[in-house]
Design a protein around this ligand. Sequence first.
Ligand SMILES: Nc1ncnc2c1ncn2[C@@H]1O[C@H](COP(=O)(O)OP(=O)(O)OP(=O)(O)O)[C@@H](O)[C@H]1O
Length: 344
Amino acid sequence: MDVIELAGLTKDYGEVVANDDVTFSVERGEIFGYLGPNGAGKTTTIRALLGLISPTDGTARVLGHDITDESDLLEGKRDIGYLPDSPSFDEGATGRDVLELHARIKGDERSEELLELFDPPLDREVREYSHGNVRKLGLVLTFMHDPELVILDEPTSGLDPLMQQRFAEFLRAERKRGVTAFFSSHVLGEVRRLCDRVAIIREGQLVTVKPVESLLDRSGKVVRLRTAEPVPFDRFDPSSLAGVHDLETSLDREERAGDDSNTAFTECTFTFTGDVNALVDRLDGIGLLDLSIEEAPLEDIFMRFYGTEDDVGAGRPSDNISGSEAGDKQVGDTAQPSGGGDDA
Ligand SMILES: Nc1ncnc2c1ncn2[C@@H]1O[C@H](COP(=O)(O)OP(=O)(O)OP(=O)(O)O)[C@@H](O)[C@H]1O
């Protein structure tokens, strides 16, 4: 039995279908990322899985419990930890009050260890908490009853990099203990570091479910560089370096086309999906003043790999991806990188 099973889960809010016939499952012991841009439908799925909203159609099982059967799901909840996207605690209570309340309701197997790790300021009132401190307290509450499944809505939002790292190490150790984690994110780097598999949702529809490595192959990096001396344009042109997309240089295209002597630049930005060694070779010896290589924003990846050529032109994702197979087909069949280069 899979730990989470969604079967045609649909939530129609009238103006928007937030989840449209969503079907996938999460296996025991995996860290499963649920990825999508803002408003894609991630929180809707999570809230449905916890029985906080009723699906319009379809169903799901969590630890074998039917989410549409309140008493059945309630039984399962003692084995589930849930971190909401914005936990709402009693503002006048201290962190310690909140912790003690949760301990009375759900039990406390390991808060000491968790407090040491995440360190929320327990003696302060929750109204004084920063977003990050709310998150830290939320993480303690999510894991303190030692659940076998955790469902986390954007778990690292608001956490500083050190705490994000700490959370990642903790979650990996939990996986070793057999805990299953299902978490939503729109941060690709986080998913890359942590997940075994990911599902991607966009505009309420499941685009694809796949092992994280196959997503990473496509993710790409945004490269920005500044040089002391002008660099010939073709150094990073997609025709000479496979995997360059959306090259923008300190000279515009017309200038380059009109005057060959101007085909050099000292600043440029591009998205790179090619062989990183080939990129390093190209960077060699060009007198860099500044270089940054960052994760491509998820929205760009959606556009590049899960949209159509029309969408890229129009600057919006496709309307015609209707399921996981459709999403996969788009990659090979119609969604060409907008820079015209190879995405190998
Ligand atoms: N109670 C509601 N009534 C009407 N529409 C809603 C309601 N809750 C969510 N929606 C809409 O459903 C869609 C999906 O929202 P959801 O919060 O599930 O997205 P999300 O992927 O979690 O987004 P984010 O990453 O921004 O948190 C959005 O268009 C949102 O406006």
